[in-house]
Design a protein. Structure first.
Length: 142
C-alpha cells in the first residue's frame, strides 16, 4: 500500500517520492528476509533449494534497486537509472519468473520439471547477465 501511494506521489513530486520508495523497498526486503521460508528451504536439496535460491537472489536485486533509488533519487538517464532498471527487471522479475516456473509450467504443459544441476543453469546465467549489466551501468559503459 505504501509503495503504491509513493508511486502516485512520484507523478507530482519525484524528487521526494523516489528516495521514499527506495526506503520502502529496503524495508520490504528486510521484512522478507526475516520472515520468508526461503531462508530455511535454501538448506534443502532439489527443487525447494532452487526456488529458495531464486527468491533470495530476487531479494538481493530488490535491495540493489532500493539502494539506487534511495541514494540516486529520481533519474531518467545515467548509470544509476540503468543499474536500478537492470536490478528490477532483469534481476528481480526474471528471477521470480524462474522461481515460480517449476510449479507453473508443469500445470500448463502437463509435464514434470526436472530438478537437476542442469535445470539451474538458466537461473545462474540470468544472475550473471544482470550482474554484468548492473555493473557496466554503474561504470558508465553502454
Amino acid at each position: 500500500m505504501a509503495l503504491s501511494l509513493t508511486a502516485l506521489v512520484t507523478l507530482t513530486a519525484p524528487v521526494v517520492a523516489v528516495p521514499i520508495a527506495g526506503v520502502i523497498l529496503l524495508l520490504l526486503v528486510s521484512w522478507l528476509l526475516r520472515h520468508d521460508v526461503a531462508r530455511v528451504t535454501v538448506h534443502r536439496t532439489g527443487l525447494p533449494r532452487f526456488v529458495a535460491l531464486c527468491l533470495l537472489t530476487g531479494y538481493v536485486w530488490l535491495t540493489v534497486a532500493g539502494a539506487g533509488w534511495l541514494l540516486g533519487g529520481a533519474r531518467l538517464e545515467g548509470a544509476i537509472y540503468d543499474a536500478t532498471t537492470h536490478a528490477i527487471f532483469l534481476g528481480f522479475v526474471i528471477t521470480m519468473i524462474m522461481a515460480h516456473a517449476p510449479s507453473s509450467c508443469p500445470r500448463c504443459c502437463r509435464s514434470r520439471f526436472p530438478t537437476t544441476r542442469r535445470s539451474m543453469c538458466p537461473s545462474r546465467s540470468c544472475r550473471r547477465a544482470s550482474s554484468c549489466g548492473s555493473w557496466r551501468a554503474t561504470r558508465g559503459a553502454s
